[in-house]
Design a protein around this ligand. Structure first.
Ligand code: SAM
Length: 354
């Protein structure tokens, strides 16, 4: 076995040596260093959640790094349940637990089978699959107690943003096509799907954090059981009309609509500010909190307001809008994008007459 010792956060652990296997995708156990921020933010949200002694299940563990970081760094874990369908992965997980002195139950079965067996016992379920989390979401809610956290990563971003509409309809049951604000469409598509699965299991969800980073979407929500509460999910699910630059929310789908999408808040600024206090990724987290304070489920992009070849920078545009009394914020979803509750027409009037 060709192993390499690595360090991430406060944890040292073994991964298959990518140099020996010709890259991370051909290694016998999967570890992606580009997901470090994902794991760090997940540790921070567990800390900010503010509870201890939690039962945390990560049923698609790979090397185990995510679960081990939860145990070592969050101070919130009481019982850790790790699992992978690959035998080699579970052997590596056990080794990594040992060198970090962390206790966990380690299983080698299909994630859905494990989650159903854990029925009603978990406080946190984190779904971190290859591609889409869709096949695991129902079982994730089954494993959850009366209330808890549901987290999911999706790397099938092209499907969620509407590049493959038929696959999107199959996998997520929603209609999506490309728009200038496609990253937000992808995130809201994913959250909308999770909210509908949650409702089918009698859970209400409240997104605490959702974001995009290059090759994946990430989402953590507080979930609470109760049929009446679960009905509330549908207040936050709707259709978005996009026609020639204009955007609007509608409850009656037509030809130019996307959805069903989550049209409610994408996260909770209070918990995000609390996460920011711990230090890592502070600027990113502050930007997220600002974005979450804008209700409109889309962003605008600078090129949409270009006139006569003259262009202002994003920073200048935000200032011009502020001076005109329009609140707007930059967005992590696009380097030339910004979010505001003002309509396209209002924004255009200010930016184009400037
Ligand atoms: N969570 C890990 C991390 O943060 O480093 C990475 C997990 S990797 C993206 C997905 C893992 O899921 C792989 O190790 C794969 O073997 C495992 N897997 C795929 N299908 C599975 C299934 N149906 N049940 C359990 N594990 C599965």
């Amino acid at each position: 076995r060709h192993l390499a010792l690595r360090r991430e956060g406060a944890v040292e652990f073994y991964t298959p040596d990518p140099e020996k296997y010709g890259g991370i995708y051909s290694a016998p156990v999967f570890y992606n260093p580009a997901m470090e921020k994902n794991r760090t933010l997940s540790v921070l949200i567990l800390k900010a959640y503010g509870k201890t002694g939690l039962t945390v299940c990560e049923p698609l563990s790979g090397t185990g790094i995510r679960g081990i970081r939860y145990a070592v760094e969050s101070g919130a874990v009481g019982r850790l349940v790790l699992n992978d369908i690959s035998k080699e992965a579970t052997e590596l997980i056990k080794k990594n637990l040992e060198i970090n002195g962390v206790d966990a139950e380690v299983y080698n079965e299909d994630a859905n089978v494990l989650l159903h067996r854990l029925r009603d016992t978990c406080d946190v379920v984190d779904i971190d699959p290859f591609g889409s989390p869709a096949p695991f979401m129902q079982a994730a809610f089954r494993a959850l107690r009366e209330e808890g956290l549901i987290c999911a990563t999706a790397t099938d971003t092209a499907v969620l943003v509407g590049r493959y509409p038929r696959k999107c309809l199959r996998r997520y049951g929603s209609v999506a096509f490309r728009t200038p604000f496609y990253i937000e469409v992808g995130l809201r598509n994913l959250i909308g799907f999770v909210a509908r699965v949650a409702a089918s299991e009698d859970y209400k969800i409240e997104p605490l954090m959702s974001y995009w980073e290059g090759h994946y979407f990430r989402f953590c929500a507080y979930a609470v059981r109760g049929a009446r509460d679960a009905d509330d999910n549908f207040r936050n699910i709707g259709y978005l009309e996009y026609k020639g630059g204009l955007r609007r929310v509608t409850t009656r789908p037509g030809a130019s609509y996307l959805g069903p999408l989550w049209i409610g808040p994408m996260g909770e600024p209070l918990i995000i500010y609390k996460m920011a206090e711990f230090g890592p990724h502070q600027d990113f987290l502050k930007l997220l909190a600002e974005e979450y304070s804008v209700a409109a489920p889309w962003y605008y992009r600078m090129p949409e307001f270009a006139v006569g070849g003259r262009s202002v920078t994003l920073k200048e545009a935000l200032k011009i809008l502020r001076e005109a009394g329009i609140y707007s914020t930059a967005t992590h979803m696009s380097p030339d994008g910004f979010k505001t509750d003002s309509s396209y027409g209002e924004v255009a009037r200010v930016l184009k007459t400037y």
